[in-house]
Design a protein around this ligand. Structure first.
Ligand SMILES: *Cc1c(COP(=O)(O)O)cnc(C)c1O
Ligand SMILES: [Zn+2]
Length: 503
């Protein structure tokens, strides 16, 4: 739709005018730093940062009702830079001009209601938000669009000549980083560090296909992260892990989209997210808080963070009810089917602690909860969800398993509606599905498949080799007819088909 065709009072808001300015804010010492340089941690005290809008107060002058109309109408605008996460430009990166925005089709992922059977099994109404339908098939694209647009902005304004984007990854960050870097390939190169044998073949193929330099390192993600931190401290590289606060900004779009999809009514809504490095839950909390502050929503939804028993440092931290007594202790992870969340020392923990407190305070009651799930439940719910029309990966299964635990623990009210983060596409993690179907999980996982859910292809092959074509040697007509007949009979027998009445 063209600008002149929108309601007159909205026209002037359609192209975002607000410019921040933005600054980094340290969660340790509270100091602020300018964004002309790419910082990951505070130069004064080494703590992690968040990005603040110094003129956020201005945004509050626009009534919530108007914001809702701006975001709803802006969806109809055909400007690529505003089609993805920057639909919420004023909140996500007002310092970034539209001409620097890298848009590859991220964001605005579908929200799919579960069928009645699955809802009953899970104990109530719920939806999956399919973030696997992002361009590199995980939610990481949201943050990467934001971080890469910022780097592109630094290059276009001559602040840096180019960049070598580098990240450690459990698989999906590297896929996203390599994809967005490849779009800017003439100025941005990328290098990714992966724990050897701890990402799936599909995830490994992604950065390779995008032309990134791929390094496999012995150990787990936490080890790769240490190396990337060492490199970014000493060399001129752009770190693209969620330690980079620009990633968080982009990922806030997940919250804005949920609010918009539910007509901005967050009463009786529960958002369920799996936690690994804790960048995602940081962004989800921050997003809803900002939407509340500008009046786009009137209530904060409940948030449930889920961790596997095999990688549960955040869950353990919050087991202690007394905030004063809580102490963060990193854990050594064990193998998990929620492989992208297999992180024992989450980089964003200080952000989570800060935002959970703020969130509960603003809500006037405890609204953020953490639950732990078994590997068995992750796998069973993942398989069951996909047998009922979904495309969730193991982490989507983790969200669903977490919802069930949360319901059992009475964290939800009867008419609460849950929105589950299906963080990546099922295809990325199909190897775990295969282990389930073939019942060959390594012992450490402790997973025994439910025979009812197992599935395998069935090879149908005529017994007489004369009835089977070979490459370059098609069957003569009568033998081919015999082949079709025999195979059809076997399939009909296997499916127990009844003969139909001839019309
Ligand atoms: C990265 C990732 C997670 C964990 O998100 P964090 O921000 O690291 O907590 C969960 N699921 C998938 C599929 C991921 O790629
Ligand atoms: Zn500091």
């Amino acid at each position: 739709m063209k600008i002149e065709d929108f309601p007159v009072d909205i026209q002037s808001y359609l192209i975002p005018q607000h410019r921040g300015p933005l600054c980094y804010r340290c969660l340790g010492c509270g100091r602020q730093h300018g964004i002309e340089k790419l910082l990951y941690t505070c130069p004064d005290c080494s703590q992690v940062l968040l990005i603040d809008d110094q003129n956020f107060q201005h945004l509050k002058k626009i009534p919530g009702e108007v914001w809702r109309r701006i975001f709803d109408y802006r969806k109809m605008l055909n400007i690529p830079a505003l089609k993805g996460v920057y639909l919420y430009h004023e909140l996500i990166g007002p310092a970034i001009p539209l001409s620097s925005i890298v848009y590859l089709g991220e964001g605005h992922t579908p929200v799919i209601e579960a069928n009645p059977f699955l809802q009953e099994k899970a104990g109530g109404r719920f939806f999956f938000k399919n973030d696997g339908q992002n361009p590199s098939a995980s939610f990481k694209d949201r943050g990467m669009a934001s971080a890469m647009s910022y780097i592109n902005f630094l290059i276009q304004t001559g602040k840096i000549p180019g960049a070598l984007a580098i990240c450690a990854s459990t698989g999906d960050t590297s896929a996203a980083a390599a994809l967005y870097a490849s779009f800017l390939t003439h100025t941005v190169k990328s290098a990714v560090l992966l724990p050897h044998n701890k990402v799936t073949p599909q995830q490994l193929s992604q950065p390779l296909g995008s032309g990134a330099a791929v390094f496999e390192i012995p150990g787990v993600f936490d080890d790769c992260m240490k190396i990337v931190e060492y490199l970014s401290d000493r060399y001129n590289v752009a770190l693209l892990n969620s330690k980079n606060a620009w990633r968080i900004l982009g990922q806030e779009s997940y919250s804005y989209e949920i609010a918009q999809a539910f007509e901005y009514d967050m009463r009786h809504k529960v958002i369920v997210v799996p936690i690994g490095n804790a960048g995602n839950i940081t962004a989800v909390l921050s997003g809803f808080l900002k939407f509340l502050e500008i009046g786009a929503i009137g209530t904060l939804p409940k948030i449930i963070g889920v961790q596997s028993e095999h990688a549960n440092p955040v869950y353990r931290y919050y087991l202690e009810p007394d905030a004063e007594k809580r102490k963060f202790i990193p854990v050594t992870v064990r193998p998990s089917v929620a492989q992208a969340a297999m992180i024992g020392n989450p980089v964003s923990m200080p952000r989570v602690i800060h935002l959970v407190e703020k969130y509960n305070h603003r809500a006037g009651q405890k609204k953020v909860f953490f639950v732990e799930v078994t590997e068995q439940d992750i796998m069973d719910w993942h398989i069951l969800a996909n047998r009922n029309g979904h495309i969730s990966c193991t982490h989507g299964g983790e969200s669903l398993a977490g919802l069930v635990v949360a319901r059992k623990s009475a964290l939800l009210e009867k008419d609460d509606v849950a929105i589950l983060d299906a963080t990546a596409h099922a295809l990325k993690f199909s190897g775990f599905q295969q282990m389930y179907f073939e019942n060959n999980f390594p012992k450490e996982f402790g997973i025994i498949p439910n025979p009812k859910f197992m599935n395998a292809p069935c090879l149908i092959h005529p017994k007489d080799p004369a009835h089977v074509a070979t490459p370059g040697k098609p069957l003569p007509k009568d033998l081919f007819h015999e082949f079709v007949k025999q195979v059809s009979r076997e399939i009909a027998g296997a499916l127990d088909l009844k003969t139909a009445q001839k019309k």
